[in-house]
Structure formats: C-alpha cells, structure tokens
Design a protein around this ligand. Structure first.
Ligand code: 5GP
Length: 211
C-alpha cells in the first residue's frame, strides 16, 4: 500500500539519549530517513558537514529564514537550528517515514502546522542518570553543563504537549517502544481512509443475496 510516510518528531531533554535511540532505530529501519538540520553552531570533533548537520553561518541561516525554507527553526543555547522544509515534504509524499530529532520549541512549531505528525518525548530513567549522561559527554565547559542540566530539567514539563513518552533506560527497549508506536500510528483509521474506501468499493453491495 502506498500513501504518505509518517513524520516522527523526537524530542527530549539534553542527555536523555535521543540521538542514540534515533541512530539505533535508523539502523534497524534503513527505509526511514533522518532529516539533517542546519545549524549555526560550530562542528564538534568528528562531526561532518552534511552528515550530522549542515553547518552554516548566521547570515546564510537568516537568509533562508526569510526565504521560508524551514519547516521550523529555533535558537537553542544561542545557536540557530532548523529543519529543511523541502526535503521533509518531498520524502513524506514519496511514502518514506522521516524522523526529526529537534528541540521542544521546534517540535511545537511542527505540531501547529502538521497535525499528522507523531510526537515522541524521550525521558531519562532518573535525573541522576540524566546528569551523568550530560557530564559523560565531556565536550562542554562546567558552566555549559550546568546550563544544559537546568534547561533539561525545565524542558521536562513540556511532556504534556507530546503524544508518547518513552523512557530511555535501555536503548533496545526504547527503540522497541518507538517501533510499536510507529506500527500503531500506521494502523490508525484516519490514516487509512483511502485504503478503506478502496476496500469497500470492491464489495458487491447488492443486498438481494440475502433475500
Ligand atoms: P546539539 O547542539 O547538541 O547537536 O543539539 C542541541 C539541541 O538542538 C538538541 O536538543 C537537538 O535536538 C536540537 N536540534 C537539532 N536540530 C534541530 C532543528 O533542526 N530544529 C530544532 N528546533 N532543534 C534542533
């Protein structure tokens, strides 16, 4: 059966492990695509332009905002991040599922414009674990780490704006839950109306067979 792909929006506080969960999901579902965002932040060690992000300067980013090229964009920790509109729309129309791994501000913007999306919030099993994971990255200064932890804590309250919560205790379990969510979403009646019409059209509706 053809039809539109599913837009899967995944957010969660910094340190919840959403990146790892998304990567594992993509490994198991190579037909699903991850939207690569554009950002004005500098690449971290090992990050590659066009793979992790499109790294661009503020001027370029703001020009693209003016040209309405983003499905959503937000400033996170002082840097711009945005989702390329054309890529996402094109891929969904061609029937591919697309994952957006974006922050809460961005997810709320997408929710306004795109009611068919499925919005998943990844949470850590405990706040201690969250702190450990943020520290474990070792890529930021102490001040930056504290800032990330504080904002992660604040971000938790936005969970009520999402459709699903996935606790990321073990990555495999979190991935399995996302697989279940995707499967259930694809079975929703409102997503299958055209299939239903086709099915119904194939029935001989002549009730004389009962007489
Ligand atoms: P990082 O700098 O650690 O890669 O990402 C910082 C935050 O920005 C994360 O919460 C990440 O999910 C979010 N982010 C990444 N890409 C986008 C995007 O295109 N739009 C929005 N709104 N947030 C993004």
């Amino acid at each position: 059966m053809g039809g539109k792909g599913l837009l899967i929006v995944i957010s969660g506080p910094s340190g919840a492990g959403k990146g790892t969960v998304c990567q594992e999901y993509l490994k198991r579902h190579p037909e699903t695509l991850l939207s690569i965002s554009m950002t004005t932040r500098a690449p971290r060690k090992g990050e590659i332009d066009g793979v992790n992000y499109y790294f661009r300067d503020v001027e370029t980013f703001e020009k693209l905002i003016e040209e309405d090229c983003f499905l959503e964009y937000a400033k996170v920790y002082g840097n711009y991040y945005g989702t390329p509109k054309g890529f996402v729309k094109q891929k969904l129309l061609s029937g591919r599922d697309v994952i957006l791994e974006i922050d809460i501000q961005g997810a709320l913007q997408v929710k306004e414009k795109f009611h068919e999306g499925v919005f998943i919030f990844i949470v850590p099993p405990t706040m201690e674990e969250l702190k450990k994971r943020i520290e474990g990255r070792g890529s930021e200064t102490a001040e930056e780490l504290q800032r990330r932890f504080n904002s992660s804590f604040k971000e938790l309250q936005f969970i009520t704006r999402y459709n699903y919560m996935v606790i990321n205790d073990r990555v495999e379990d979190a991935v399995m839950k996302i697989e279940s969510i995707v499967t259930a979403e694809k079975c929703r009646v409102e997503r299958n109306m055209s299939f239903y019409s086709e099915l119904k059209g194939g029935i001989d509706n002549d009730l004389s067979i009962f007489r």
